[in-house]
Design a protein. Structure first.
Length: 299
């Protein structure tokens, strides 16, 4: 069997990620340092108790791969449910207030309204996943904190108890993620938000029957600094990692870990997206004033 992930033969994998050469469309086992073929990848997924999938929020290939994974587990009769960063605890109460038949009966506009879908999350990206999980008749859980709780943690400005290496990596990620515009006196609060979200997502994922899946940003999905730190047994962490065009050494795309083990158990390399400069957009939005940056940024 070829090491190239010819998963398109399953009729489920988007053809756009099937690279003919190189690492694109392939999954790297970071611990065993080898490429996984189709059957071994499937076995790794099916033997997990929980799976965390980390995405770039605006990459459509990542969303399609997440739906592929959900379908693989469902087809094997092993999908216990899906928790999503894009749904919060308030929306969870809305989901529980109505029957599955009610949710299935709604069209897209009605579903967004009934769920009080947040504008910060692109419905075109996540709506198909929400609807697919509802169709499968497995639990769909809101894994995120509500906005008021997030803002309260951020404004309290209390640094969470973390090891020096984890705190350093998290702080640097926050600084870079806010283009250097986040003032030093807000770092502790923002770090507190990140950790609180990780804990909330860990709680939601742990509440699902096996095999539970969490869909979240790559920062939350990391084994070394994210949700997995707060779970026992440890979940399988799968990072959907963009490979910049022209990168000579694909290993450079692997994230630096806060400890001696890799940041993800498995890394699935995908094409990168062409994006406008996010820092330019942020400066334009806030006129260069860091005081206006909100506390809702997610990794």
């Amino acid at each position: 069997m070829k090491t190239l992930l010819a998963l398109g033969a399953w009729g489920l994998l988007p053809q756009a990620v099937l690279g003919d050469t190189g690492p694109l469309g392939r999954v790297w086992d970071t611990r065993q340092e080898k490429w996984l073929d189709t059957q071994v990848l499937r076995e790794r997924l099916l033997e997990a108790s929980t799976i965390i999938v980390g995405e770039r929020h605006d990459n459509p290939e990542h969303h399609r791969l997440e739906r592929w994974l959900v379908d693989i587990l469902a087809d094997a009769g092993r999908l216990g449910g899906v928790a999503m960063e894009m749904l919060d605890a308030h929306q969870q109460t809305l989901l529980e207030a109505h029957s599955l038949e009610y949710w299935r009966s709604l069209d897209d506009d009605q579903l967004q309204k009934a769920l009080e879908w947040q504008e910060g999350w692109d419905w075109q990206a996540y709506g198909p996943t929400v609807r697919r999980v509802l169709e499968l008749d497995v639990p769909l859980l809101g894994a995120n904190l509500v906005g008021d709780e997030v803002r309260g943690i951020a404004r309290a400005g209390k640094a969470p108890a973390l090891s020096a290496s984890v705190a350093e990596l998290q702080r640097q990620a926050l600084i870079e993620g806010h283009c250097g515009m986040l003032p030093e006196n807000r770092l502790d609060g923002m770090l507190g938000v990140q950790v609180a979200r990780d804990r909330a997502m860990a709680k939601a994922l742990a509440a699902l029957p096996e095999i539970g899946v969490l869909i979240c940003g790559a920062g939350h999905a990391r084994r070394d600094v994210g949700v997995a730190r707060y779970m026992t047994p440890k979940p399988l962490t799968l990072g959907l990692v963009e490979l910049p065009a022209g990168m000579a050494d694909w290993r450079q795309a692997l994230p630096r870990s806060a400890d001696s083990d890799p940041a993800f158990d498995l890394v699935w390399f995908t094409p990168s997206m062409q994006r406008d400069d996010p820092c330019k957009m942020l400066r334009r939005r806030f006129g260069g004033s860091s005081s206006e940056i909100d506390d809702q940024g997610s990794m």
